[in-house]
Design a protein around this ligand. Structure first.
Ligand code: AMP
Length: 133
């Protein structure tokens, strides 16, 4: 079976534009950026998605995501940043190695995120029933 592309990047088998790495994470530029500086933050250990990664490792990862956001804020001089992460085919996950996108936003960058909808009828109540703990 083909090895995960992000695992191969971590091992140096595929060239990536690395910003930095440490024992836990690898941080590099997205090859098809939404904006200039769009960065991916991945754990060095292979986990498929949010359900797969243990909480402890997710904590480490999200703290690193914040550091990358601060780096972009300070070095790229941006104030606004999108942070997101996809799970599964329907969500548009292309690489099955959990990763956070950190996307600096610029005035008039014309990047559009997901379109929004509206609740109708009893939808609100039904969804609330299902998701309320
Ligand atoms: P997702 O759709 O959330 O799974 O995001 C996968 C991301 O990985 C996409 O934004 C791709 O542009 C990016 N990507 C895929 N291959 C590479 C690569 N070799 N180097 C850098 N980024 C990559």
């Amino acid at each position: 079976m083909n090895e995960c592309i992000f695992c191969r990047i971590i091992k140096g088998q595929i060239l990536a534009h690395k910003l930095y790495e440490n024992d836990n994470v690898f941080v590099f530029l997205d090859i098809n950026p939404y904006t200039r500086g769009h960065t991916l933050v991945i754990p060095k250990k292979h986990y498929q998605d949010i359900f797969d990664i243990p909480d402890k490792e997710l904590e480490i990862l999200i703290k690193e995501v914040k550091k990358v956001a601060e780096l972009q804020r300070d070095k790229l001089k941006v104030k606004d940043i999108n942070i997101f992460q996809r799970n599964g085919l329907l969500a548009g996950q292309e690489v099955d190695h959990i990763h956070f996108h950190v996307v600096p936003r610029y005035e008039n960058d014309e990047v559009e995120m997901l379109p929004r909808g509206q609740y109708t009828g009893k939808d609100f109540e039904e969804v609330i029933k299902l998701l309320t703990r």
